[in-house]
Design a protein around this ligand. Structure first.
Ligand SMILES: *Cc1c(COP(=O)(O)O)cnc(C)c1O
Length: 426
């Protein structure tokens, strides 16, 4: 049996479809965010600017956060020492969960090793504990939520992206007596659009459903204290389970849910993804908590991020580049072709020392390949001018489409035939 050949063929088929992924070898420079050293295949290093980081506020390099991690590692050491059950629950982790419960004004919170794991564990466990439950899941939900839905083994109904009328239809067609769980995101990371949270909560109330929201791309960044879009819109109390990550806006690592005590206790007691894995190390918990607490009171990072996002969108639109309109900090620039998208990304790195990774299928639908730009509070106006110049030059050289109408076939315009589209974004 040619085992090696089987693996190579599998990867070759990705290459043939232009879906083979290459990772950039980057070394971030603490204190100089968003600058990093890039090493090419010959290991030659040069300085570049990162324009696609999910460390959305640069908190991964914030002095207070770094200090919390260093100080705690010095005092408590590095590892957690076991699962939460076997000597792994540590003081900083307990404090982190309190900080998160307070952030979302919920009775409790539960921390997992990643946002991915928190979605998979929480959705599957909650649904399994509800007898004969039906899960209503947005068509563009993240791979980790899809995984949770699958893992639960419960019946699922996929509603068209952000389509409240379709969700209502599906809810109305379901036996009133069956438990229902509606799973959706607040900010969708590839199109940067926002869910109609209030309308979904109204439906949940009308049909007696639980609501589960993934605020991964919003926590730290929206709301008076960084509680996300639900906080901004005054809707946190209408959501039963709020899920978030400690790795993006908060700049560290780990995932969590916040909910009432009964839900937290049930997931804590039943989810294998929580029970049978080593807890997050104390230093990491302390760093995450420092980041959350900082962002509860500081508006500077949020305000600057919004300012730089507005400036960037205006500059790129003005330069005739096909920027997809969004209400958030996410700025997609449409290319519409996998090979061209990769070529644009390569050119930006080679000629302009700018790193923006290409976003291709299956993360986004075919024909909507794009560069996904994430301006942060630490991208200066000069960096924005340099990015515009670089993009214009790449667009000219590759003769890429300029009209948003040509390329911006947004995911929301997909027909129901595409409902099974896998989404591996993140
Ligand atoms: C990145 C992402 C996750 C997973 O969070 P991690 O902490 O990176 O594992 C979950 N949901 C969405 C929408 C994401 O984009």
């Amino acid at each position: 049996m040619d085992y090696r050949g089987i693996f190579e063929d599998a990867v070759d088929s990705l290459r043939a479809e232009k879906r083979y992924r290459v990772f950039a070898d980057l070394e971030r420079i603490a204190g100089r965010f968003p600058k990093a050293l890039f090493r090419d295949e010959a290991d030659n290093a040069r300085e570049i600017t990162i324009w696609c980081s999910n460390d959305y506020l640069g908190m991964g390099q914030h002095q207070t956060v770094i200090a919390a991690m260093q100080e705690t590692a010095g005092r408590l050491g590095v590892g957690a020492g076991g699962t939460r059950n076997i000597s792994g629950t540590n003081r900083p982790l307990v404090e982190l969960e309190r900080s998160l419960a307070d952030l979302h004004r919920k009775e409790g919170a539960l921390v997992f090793t990643s946002g991915f794991v928190s979605n998979e564990a929480a959705i599957s466990t909650i649904a399994r504990l509800l007898p004969d439950c039906v899960i209503f899941s947005d068509q563009l939900n993240h791979a980790s939520m899809i995984q949770g839905v699958r893992q639960s083994g419960m019946q699922k109904q996929i509603f068209r992206h952000n389509d409240v009328a379709h969700l209502r239809e599906l809810l109305a067609a379901t036996d009133r007596k069956r438990p229902k769980l509606i799973c959706f995101e607040s900010v969708y990371s590839m199109d940067g659009d926002v869910a109609p949270i209030k309308a979904i909560c109204d439906l949940a109330e009308e049909f007696g459903a639980l609501t589960y929201i993934d605020e991964v791309h919003a926590v730290g960044m929206y709301g008076e204290r960084g509680g996300g879009i639900a906080e901004r819109d005054g809707l946190m109390d209408r959501i039963d389970i709020i899920e978030g990550t400690l790795a993006k806006g908060f700049g560290v690592m780990g995932g969590y849910i916040a909910a009432n005590k009964s839900i937290i206790d049930a997931v804590r007691s039943y989810a294998p993804e929580f029970i049978f894995t080593t807890a997050l190390p104390p230093a990491l918990c302390a760093a995450a908590r420092a980041s959350i607490e900082h962002l509860k009171t500081s508006q500077t990072e949020r305000a600057m991020q919004q300012r730089q996002a507005r400036l960037l969108k205006a500059m790129l639109t003005d330069a005739g580049l096909p920027v997809m309109e969004t209400d958030t900090h996410i700025v997609p620039v449409m290319v519409g072709d996998a090979r061209q998208c990769k070529a644009a990304s390569d050119l930006l790195l080679e000629k302009h020392n700018i790193y923006i990774q290409p976003i291709n299928y299956p993360t986004v639908p075919k024909g909507t390949e794009r560069l996904r730009i994430t301006p942060t509070p630490l991208h200066s106006d000069e960096m924005i001018f340099a990015l515009r110049h670089a993009l214009v030059s790449v667009w000219t050289r590759l003769e890429l489409p300029r009209e948003p109408a040509d390329a911006a076939i947004t995911a929301s315009k997909l027909t129901s035939g595409d409902l099974t589209l896998p989404n591996f974004g993140g």
